[in-house]
Design a protein around this ligand. Structure first.
Ligand code: ADP
Ligand code: MG
Length: 260
């Protein structure tokens, strides 16, 4: 199947069902003695776009890293695509195949070309034939508007271009859910828009997305729901209109007054 067929299927699937993509129930996490996530409850519907914000150190990265088990939780449940995350490594692998992640610092393989970065996992994890993987990778590189960079190395690209490669690389695994951890925070201002535009187009196609970001313009236009975290807890969650115009919590108001 080509990219446009996949997109059509994704849209249809999300339109047809109010299926749950992620369910987190009573989840706690500690780093050693430090109680970093406290009693997190969060249900994400298929196709839903969620923005997570909150002060530095509030546990945003830890929360989304728990969703593909880059971090382990100690209490409560995390269910992704109807599979519960446990120590069962087969299930963890299954879930990681369905969940793409984009990091602040791109995390591309520096010694591989852009094309090789995009085909590595499809070839080795999905066992896609090389020619097919390259064809698919080129389609996604076109989608993020950098097909001409395919044979360069990450170090030869701008930050914005590298981040778009990172997004294309994730999409090559055909994920059902995308996690973004401050994808534009390391970018020069003039490159932020080119990355946000790619994220907006993903959102328009019905991708289930959890984005940690302080780009409040993006949050207002794209998010179905905004989650505000502080001190390891979800303090408030609401659709953007309510969140920005009528925040309930004093801590949310204080945070918004500092960033807007
Ligand atoms: P945020 O992404 O909201 O800035 P993080 O999830 O990165 O927050 O971190 C939450 C808290 O956990 C911070 O106090 C941070 O110092 C601490 N922390 C993060 N990672 C680790 C780790 N691997 N070991 C110990 N403490 C950590
Ligand atoms: Mg973080």
């Amino acid at each position: 199947t080509d990219v446009s067929t996949n997109q059509t299927e994704a849209r249809r699937a999300s339109a047809m069902s109010d299926e749950v993509a992620i369910q987190i129930v009573g989840m706690h996490k500690w780093y050693g003695q430090f109680h970093v996530l406290k009693d997190i409850d969060l249900t994400v519907a298929r196709g839903e776009r969620i923005v997570i914000c909150g002060p530095s150190g509030s546990g945003k990265s830890t929360l989304i890293r728990c969703i593909n088990r880059l971090e382990e939780h100690q209490r409560g449940k995390i269910i992704v695509d109807q599979t519960e995350l446990t120590n069962d490594i087969k299930k963890v692998d299954e879930i990681r195949r369905e969940v793409g992640m984009v990091f602040q610092h791109f995390n591309l393989f520096p010694h591989l070309t852009v094309l090789e970065n995009c085909t590595l996992a499809p070839i080795w994890v999905r066992k896609t034939p090389k020619a097919k993987a390259e064809e698919l990778a080129m389609q996604y590189l076109e989608r993020v508007r950098i097909p001409e960079q395919a044979n360069k190395f990450p170090g030869q690209l701008s930050g914005g271009q590298q981040q778009r490669v990172a997004i294309a690389r994730s999409l090559c695994m055909n994920p059902r859910i995308m996690l973004f951890d401050e994808p534009t925070s390391a970018l020069d201002p003039e490159m932020i828009k080119e990355v946000l535009d790619v994220m907006i187009s993903l959102a328009e196609e019905g991708m289930t997305m959890l984005c940690v970001t302080h780009e409040m313009g993006f949050a207002k236009t794209v998010a179905d729901r905004i989650i505000f975290m502080d001190g390891g807890e979800i303090i408030e969650q609401a659709p953007p209109e309510t969140f920005f115009d009528n925040p309930k919590s004093e801590r949310t108001r204080l945070f918004l007054s500092q960033i807007l």
